[in-house]
Write a new protein. Structure first.
Length: 347
């Protein structure tokens, strides 16, 4: 699908990246919308890829991107919230590779395509081709990992008044980010053969949580069982447990079976099947509204079973999983579509 693919490809673009990979004289009014990496801002999506201030003393884009991650590593609400510093580095290097491959296609398209063509007319119609909707959706996923999972154990943290997520958002949006010392996590992961066992204790000013998970991985199949206990600062608490079985091959075909006991004592269960991207309907979603106003609608109407990061890069086996995902999300067709998008938008 065009819109989700373009969204993935441009969400983290900077003006420096555009000038290096696509058009050297691009201006700050470049027209390439991106997700705002300053997650405390009320603006989820920026109308133009920003000039972020790469350190020009470095000569390679790899080190410039690495430096940007390291400069912001202590900012709680910057970048992809569910990623560790190592994973943020992997992400920027992955995006650099995507743009580098699209750059080669861009040079071909420059010779073939007229920016006034009907093709470019469709590509640049961001409101009707879905790109803006998917950028806002991705911004929500980055800010609130698991918000579209359909799992109440995750979404209730953002929606349940006990969790004070509304107060949390009001505290963070529109002003400087929280101190990094206000979020904390202690955890570990142990692996033996195909078995993977993990546990963690985490907290923020509003809630403390304890979690444990055991998983079994074999080829394209993954199974897991988990238990979570959370207690908020007013004394309210709930526990949940469940399990899931996932299949995902190199072609992007996925199959999932899951069941979870939620905080109200009931059960959520489901079966999911998909191929790489899932089509969503945005008809009833008004992205001009604030995060606080939209969280419930996003959680209930845009369910795609995205549980955020399944495996963090904490051992060599999990890196192998990441490598599969990174390779699968980059192919010649997507590089060509990105190059066409960039050409039509910049010319």
């Amino acid at each position: 699908m065009f819109a989700p693919m373009i969204t993935h490809s441009v969400h983290a673009l900077t003006l420096e990246d555009i000038r290096y990979y696509f058009k050297s004289d691009a201006t700050e009014e470049n027209g390439i919308p991106t997700v705002n990496m300053d997650l405390a801002s009320e603006d989820r999506v920026l109308p133009n890829a920003p000039l972020v201030g790469y350190d020009e003393d470095f000569s390679t884009m790899g080190l410039k991107s690495f430096d940007m991650v390291m400069r912001n590593m202590n900012r709680t609400w910057w970048g992809i919230t569910d990623y560790s510093v190592l994973e943020k580095v992997a992400h920027v290097l992955h995006m650099s590779e995507v743009w580098s491959k699209a750059e080669q296609k861009y040079k071909e398209i420059e010779k073939l395509l007229d920016p006034e063509s009907d093709v470019c007319g469709c590509v640049t119609d961001l409101e009707n081709n879905g790109v803006m909707n998917y950028l806002h959706l991705l911004a929500f996923k980055i800010r609130y990992p698991g918000i579209t999972s359909g799992n109440e154990n995750i979404t209730n943290y953002y929606l349940d008044p006990i969790s004070n997520i509304t107060e949390y958002l009001e505290d963070t949006q529109g002003r400087e980010k929280r101190s990094p010392q206000e979020d904390w996590r202690v955890g570990g992961n142990w692996k033996s053969g195909n078995w993977d066992v993990g546990g963690s204790i985490s907290g923020n000013p509003y809630q403390t949580s304890v979690g444990a998970e055991v998983g079994y991985n074999r080829g394209d199949w993954r199974g897991s069982a988990s238990y979570d206990y959370s207690r908020d600062r007013y004394g309210g608490s709930y526990s949940s447990y469940g399990g899931r079985l996932d299949y995902e091959n190199d072609r992007g075909t996925t199959f999932s079976v899951f069941g979870n006991r939620n905080s109200g004592g009931g059960w959520n269960a489901g079966i999911g099947f998909g191929i790489k991207w899932r089509s969503l309907k945005f008809d009833d979603i008004d992205f001009s509204l604030s995060d606080i106003q939209l969280l419930k609608d996003v959680a209930e109407k845009l369910v795609d079973e995205d549980f955020a990061t399944l495996h963090h890069i904490d051992n060599a086996e999990h890196w192998e999983y990441w490598k599969k995902v990174l390779k699968r999300s980059s192919d010649d067709a997507s590089h060509y579509d990105l190059a066409m998008f960039m050409f039509c938008m910049l010319n």
